[in-house]
Each structure stands twice: as structure tokens, then as C-alpha cells.
Design a protein around this ligand. Sequence first.
Ligand SMILES: C[S@@+](CC[C@H](N)C(=O)[O-])C[C@H]1O[C@@H](n2cnc3c(N)ncnc32)[C@H](O)[C@@H]1O
Length: 227
Amino acid sequence: MDHIKLDKDTITKAYARWAPVYDLVFGPVFERGRAVAIAAAERVGGRILEVGVGTGISLPDYNRTTQLCGVDISAPMLQKAAERVRALGLTNVEGLFVMDAEKLEFPDASFDVVMAQYVVTTVPNPEATLNEFARVLKPGGEIILLSRVGAELGLRRSLEKWFAPAARKLGWRTEFAFERYTTWVERNGTVYLIERRAVPPFGHFSLIRFGKNVGAERVSASKSAAG
Ligand SMILES: C[S@@+](CC[C@H](N)C(=O)[O-])C[C@H]1O[C@@H](n2cnc3c(N)ncnc32)[C@H](O)[C@@H]1O
């Protein structure tokens, strides 16, 4: 259940405010998680889409031969990413586009990896967003997420509930049960869970990987043919 609703207006306003200071606040704290996610993505290789690429803070951490494409709903965040790409000469970044994760403007099966670092809890409709990730992913490819998973019980759960309205104004949810992912996998029907692993800081965040079934194109084609 989504107790805390986020809308696109709140998000774009929040990240326009974050853009000038984002790297200072969220750079070092998320560094180790990013390294783990990027290593997983580069094991798959091929063409990688980073959704919610933000200021492009992760882009220099990829191998310079890794083909990357980035999208974000916030133009001020993406502007920072474009400056970084230019300053560092990241010629492996093929493009940066202002785009809504819920309506990706790419054909089906365009990417070998869809990466989203600290994004899924910030989008208004996480399940619709995950469906888009699965759609643009090639069969045999991987969705790789770094995300905060909410506590199921105890003091942390109470604190998360208490902090939820303030977090919404800052541009994310504190409550997000892992069950949402398992329910989404069942409903989507083209993907399976590969792993969930705690990553720093504080063990509140996880690396979550999904694979797309080989033959998933046939499954979705027959689903849409059946209406
Ligand atoms: C917490 S930041 C993470 C940025 C970056 N991935 C990182 O690791 O630092 C969340 C990002 O998701 C973006 N975002 C939120 N909702 C989005 C949407 N519907 N479509 C695309 N990007 C979105 C925000 O603009 C912001 O840049």
C-alpha cells in the first residue's frame, strides 16, 4: 500500500532545490553502493540505461568503454550531469534526456541493463516505472536497483512512518516494503528476482537485481494479442 503519495510536481520542485548541493550531500554516503551496482551492471555489459541519473554522479565510475544513456525528470539535475560529461570527456555517454521514468521514450528491448540508483522510492508510481524498465530491457538483460527498503517492524518502522511526510517534501518515501517488488514480479510476468543484498550505508539500502526471461518478448506479445 502506498501511504505516502508523491507527485511529479513535488519531485521536480524538490530536485530543482537539490541540484546545486546534491553531490556534496549524497556523494560520499552512497559511494560504496554505487560501486557494487556498477560492478554488477558491467558483468552484464552491453548498452546501459541509467534512469534518474540525476547529476550524473555515477557516470565517471563506469568503465570508459561502457555504453551509457541517462534520463531524468529534473532538467536542473540533468544540466549538472551534462556539465560533468563535458568536463570529464565521457564520450561513452551517448545521450542525456529529460524523460519520465514512467513513460520511457525508447522502443522495447533497447538495453542490456536498466540501472536505477536511489530512484524507485522517489517516483510517483513505482510499479508502472518498473514495468517500463522491464519493457525497454532486452530478454536476458538485468534491472539493477539501489534502493531503500522500509523496515517491516520495530523502532525503525515507527521512525520511518513518523518521518514520511517530511521525506515526501524532500523528494522520496521512507516507507517501501520489499513485498512491493515480489508482488510486482508476479504481476509483470517477464522478470524474476536474482538477488537482494544489503549495501552501505547503515544496511537500510539494498542492491536488487531482476533478470528478464529469455522468450519474454513472446510472452508479452501473446499477452497483448490476447488483449
Ligand atoms: C535520489 S536522486 C538519485 C540520483 C542519482 N541516481 C544518484 O544516485 O545520485 C533521485 C533522482 O530521480 C529522479 N526522478 C524522480 N522521479 C523521476 C521520474 N518519474 N522520472 C525520471 N527521473 C525521476 C530525480 O529527479 C532525481 O534526480
